[in-house]
Each structure stands twice: as C-alpha cells, then as structure tokens.
Design a protein. Structure first.
Length: 636
C-alpha cells in the first residue's frame, strides 16, 4: 500500500509544500532524463508476492504481526490486513535461467513464511481472493496496526464520505456497502517488474497496455467474493471499488479513479504518465521535507525523489511506472499489477514469463502500436478479460475480432516465445513455463476455471460455507504439491474439515435471501408470505432497511381468527401485532451464543442485525447441519 506518510492531519500549507516537492522531483526527473543519467544497458526482472494467512479450516488467520516477529530478512513485510503478508523478491538479471531462479526464490521465501505460520497454527495460501472471506473479516479490527494504514483509511474515508460501495455482477450479484478501505485486503496479487531504458519506455509501456488483456485472460484466478460467483478476475473490480473515493457528480462529469487502466497512449516518455496522474489525481499525503533533488545532483548523488515515490504509491495504474536506484544508478521499471496470486508458484512464474515475453515480443514486432489499435478498445479488452477470462473476445490489431484462446494460442504465445528467445532465455526454460500457459489455455483450466468447476461438482454437497472452505483447503493441498493448476483434480467437500471450522459465527450460515414486510402493510400479506415461502417468522423493516420488529406465525393466526368475529372490513397493519423488540444477534455472534439465546428466549429464529439494519436471519433449520454433524461425530 505504499511508502510511509509522516503527516496524518494536513493543513493546506502542508499540502502546498508537498505539492511543491512533488513538482520539484518531477523537474529533477526530467533533468536526469535529459542528462542520460539512467541505467540503459541492464535488463532486470523482479516480483512482489502477496499472500493470505489461513487457519486449519481455510478461514483468514489475522496473525501477520506475530509471524513477522519470527521472520528474519527484509524481504518480508506487512500488508493492509493482518491476514496478509508481502514478500519483496530481490531483482534478478534478465538472462538465461532467470525464471528458474525466480521460482527457486519464491519456493524458498514462501517456504520460510509457511514454516513460521505453522508455529502459529496457520498456513500460507496463494490465491487472488480467499473463498472463505466474509464481510466481518474486512473490519478495522483486522487492519495491520501501522500508522500508514490508519492514515490511508482516514484520508480515503474522508474523501469518500465514509462509505465504499461494491457493485459487481457476474453469475451472481454483489451489492454491498462497507465503511473502510479494508476491502482492499480481500485480494492478493503477484506483481511483476520489468526494467526498461528511458528511451524505450513510451513504446514498451504502450505495448504493455495492449498485451495486458490476453495475458490476464490466461491467468485469471479470482472468481469468488463473499461466496458470490462474480468475474473471472474479481480482483480487478474489487480493487478499484474498494478504494474508490469518487462521489457522484452532475452532468456526467468524468472523475478519474485512483485505480485504473489509463486514458490514453504515452507519447514521449515516462514523464507523460506522471504528469497525467498529477494533473488528474490530488495528493493524499505529505511527508517531511526531503532533500532538494537538484542539490543532490550537484553534489554527485542520485536523488531518491521521495515525494514522487510517495505520490506514485497512492496512484494504482494496472501497469504502473516505477523509479528506483540500484548500485547508485537510477532506473525505470514497468510494474504489472493485474496478475493474481496463485494458483501455484510454478503457475505464477509461468504468468510472469508470459507477460515479460509477450511485452518484449510485441515491442520488437508490432511497430507503433498506436497506429494499429484504438486505446478505447484496449480498455474494453481489459474489462472483458477480467469479467470472462478465456470466454472473452477482443478487438485486436487492425480491427480484428478474435476469441481469447485463439489470440493467446495463435499469436501471443508465439510472440512471447520469440521475445524470450531474443533475450537469450533458453529453449528449455521457455518450453517449461510457456508450456504451462499453453496447456492451461488448451484445456480451458485457469485457476478461476478450477475453482468454478470444483464448486459446480460440489453442488448439493454440504453448505455454501463448507464448499468455500473446501476450495480454500483444496487449493492449499494442491498448491503445496507444486503442480500447475491445469493438472489438478477437483476439490472435494471432505476437504472442508468438518463443522467445527465452518460454523463458528452466525454470518457463515445465516440466510440472506430474505422476505420482509413493512409495519404499515396488511397482516394478510404477512400471512401469505409465510404460506408461500414456508416460513414461520417474517422480519419487519422500514424503508431504510432497519429492523423494526418481527411478526410470527402465531401472532398472524390469532389476528386472522379474531378478524372473523369482527363486523365489517378492518384492515389491521402488521405493526399492531408484531414483536417490536425481538431477540437479535449480530453477524459476528458465535454459534454457541446464538443457540443459547434461542433456547433462553424460546424462539426458533433470530434476525441478524448490523448497525441497526437487517442483514440476515438465522433459524433452527440453519443450525441443523451443525447438530447433525455433532451427532455423527458422537456416534463415530
């Protein structure tokens, strides 16, 4: 989530001072480009591995701080959520054997994190979005206790008005409002870096934008969020919406989001990208006044451009330019942020090889990409790839319409092979990693496809909570074996681990598909709803979705019986017979506590309320699977 801001409450003059520093850094960058101070003869690759920490039941385990205390090495660091970690891999020279070295580094560092996690009864899982996540996991209680994360949340929430809306449609629909940036912690990625020379940046960045959609379509791994089947790579929508501070504006005015693909081609240099961002998106933070970059240059030192780097860390292009210094030499990188974590380490390295190879191949063979495809088509391709993965179609070069599998197999993979071979990567290494992509696409078995097919195969087995747990634990079981995902057998319900892991809290098994009435509606309507939907209680809510009561089958029967003895038409509203103070529970209430509350108050169901609003209902029927499994264990 970026570098450490040092100001949490900013006065206007502090913002102006930071902006001045930002603009000075940009001028210094321009001067350094004109003076040819950048590293131009070296090509390096790098990566950042984000990961989930899970417990034995596949649920998020908020133990990152405890694990980091046991980890030695600057590669390991925190992320926004306490159930995430990040590994920053050292850069690798782009040469023969580099992808094998990348795989070796990942196995070593993830293995170290996994060993430390097991000491805290946790595991490391590489996946784009953890299937077992539920909304209460994304609370501030699970935010990593670091000032920069608190500052980020405070500033973003002030800009957004205190709410963040997720609205994502796929096979299912998710329409959800949250109160913090913690939704961003629900996704993890495998971010790949490619070092480029300044004079090739514009061309390389443009072809990177072009190639992003087919690469993403081959690598999707995040089809689920909060149990809903959404996009093939739901991370794309989730990340943009989770930190979207835009509010509605009049007359269809366009307001630039912080997370975006981009608006136009790069014409001349990396300065085009930074200028576009600074012109469109205001700074979020300020930092202590850094050293003057021009003074550093005059004294023979390379400036770190801290203001520019802090600003850049709060602007989330899917292909982001990065400035860095290695061996006292400044360099530029393109960071690919679209690739998800997982499904396995070898899959991730294959994804990196596909992206890097296709970028290099396209840069060599496509010429001026701006003349062959409209930028708007690239944005549409990117969105299509995120939504549908290998089922998507693209508008490609010279106006061709082509399906994702055909484009990847017939053009992108050969392009990537030539790009890697031209850079000296061995045929054996190319065949190993790009062969994985080829088999994955031919079999239509991306990580997202494996998750969806596993979920379909488990239809009718267990509950939704158990199926999500089986996907998480099933992914872990196969991931640790090291095989690529197109070779995996489907997850099975038995991998969920049993009721003890999957029924800890009410929101894991409550019913959210609710039938409700208003207090001023007829009792007859409530009676018919009960009859039609075979329920014995109906929640009563107001127009703001706030719970105001509960009407029971018994109360309805008594009212209808009394109505027969009355003369004339008497239209009795639900509000006159409802229980206006029903027993309720929150989504975070434990199963045991809920059972005790039901027994104590002699009720068969409880509305589930969050901040006064009705979010679900839990009944004895919902609890029956737990009781059945408890009896099965006792009999065994």
């Amino acid at each position: 989530m970026g570098r450490e801001p040092t100001r949490t409450e900013l006065r206007p003059e502090e913002i102006r001072a930071f902006t001045k520093g930002l603009l000075t850094d940009l001028q210094a960058l321009e001067s350094m480009l004109l003076r040819d101070l950048f590293d131009t003869g070296t090509r390096r690759i790098g990566a950042e591995q984000e990961l989930f920490l899970i417990d034995l039941g596949g649920r998020p385990a908020p133990v990152s701080i405890e694990i980091l205390e046991d980890l030695v090495g600057e590669e390991f660091t925190t992320e926004l959520a306490r159930f995430n970690l990040e590994i920053n891999l050292p850069p690798i020279g782009f040469r023969a054997g580099c992808f094998g070295e990348l795989e070796k580094q990942l196995n070593r560092l993830v293995g170290i994190a996994r060993e430390r996690a097991r000491e805290h009864d946790a595991e490391v899982l590489l996946t784009g979005i953890l299937p077992t996540l539920i909304p209460s996991d994304a609370t501030l209680d699970n935010m990593t206790p670091r000032q920069r994360f608190r500052t980020l949340n405070d500033v973003m929430s002030q800009l957004s008005g205190g709410s963040y809306r997720l609205q994502i449609e796929g096979a299912d629909e998710l329409n959800f409002v949250h109160d913090s940036v913690m939704l961003e912690g629900c996704n993890t990625s495998f971010q790949v870096h490619l070092q480029v020379a300044p004079d090739e940046f514009a061309h390389m960045y443009n072809v990177t934008q072009a190639i992003t959609a087919p690469v993403l379509a081959a690598c999707v791994n995040s089809p689920l969020l909060f149990g809903r089947r959404l996009w093939a790579e739901t991370r794309i929508a989730l990340f943009q919406q989770s930190i979207d501070t835009r509010r509605t504006s009049p007359h269809l005015r366009e307001v630039t989001p912080r997370v975006r693909f981009g608006e136009r081609w790069v014409d001349t240099s990396v300065l085009d990208v930074f200028r576009e961002d600074i012109a469109r998106i205001p700074a979020l933070f300020a930092a202590d006044r850094p050293a003057d970059p021009f003074e550093e240059l005059e004294n023979g030192r390379i400036p770190k451009l801290r203001a520019l780097q802090l600003y850049n860390s709060t602007v989330y292009r899917w292909n982001r330019p990065c400035y860095g210094i290695t061996n006292d030499k400044p360099h530029l990188r393109i960071e690919c942020r679209v690739l998800p974590a997982g499904p396995s380490i070898v899959d991730e390295v294959a994804n990196a090889a596909l992206w890097i190879g296709s970028v290099l191949g396209a840069a060599e063979e496509y010429g001026d990409i701006k003349e062959r495809v409209r930028f708007g088509d690239l944005r549409a391709n990117f969105r299509a790839a995120a939504r549908r993965g290998l089922s998507s179609g693209f508008t490609w070069l010279d106006g061709r319409i082509v399906s994702a599998p055909r484009l990847i197999l017939d053009e992108v993979l050969p392009l990537a092979r030539r790009g890697l071979a031209g850079a000296g990567i061995s045929a054996l290494e190319i065949d190993r990693y790009l062969g994985i992509i080829e088999a994955r696409v031919e079999r239509r078995r991306t990580g997202a496809g494996w998750l969806r097919h596993s979920l379909d195969a488990m239809a009718g087995s267990g509950t939704r909570v158990e199926r999500m747990a089986a996907l998480a634990v099933g992914t872990l079981n196969r991931q640790t074996n090291g095989a690529p995902c197109h070779e995996w057998d489907l997850a099975e319900i038995e991998e969920a681990g049993g009721w003890r892991y999957n029924y800890a809290r009410v929101e894991q098994f409550m019913t959210t598909d609710l039938f409700t009435v208003r207090a001023d509606e007829l009792v007859d309507l409530a009676a018919l709803v009960m009859d039609w939907k075979h329920v014995r209680q109906v929640p009563v809510e107001d127009d703001d979705r706030r719970l105001v009561g509960l009407v029971s089958y018994g109360a309805v029967v008594r009212e209808l019986a009394a109505a027969h003895s009355r003369q004339g038409d008497v239209w009795v509203p639900v509000g006159e017979i409802m229980d206006s103070n029903p027993v309720t529970v929150s989504p975070e209430t434990s199963t045991l506590k809920t059972l005790r509350a039901m027994r104590e108050h002699h009720v068969t169901s409880c509305p589930v309320v969050k901040d006064g609003r009705l979010v679900g209902i839990v009944s004895v029927d919902d609890l029956a699977p737990i009781l059945d499994r408890m009896l099965e264990e006792a009999d065994a």
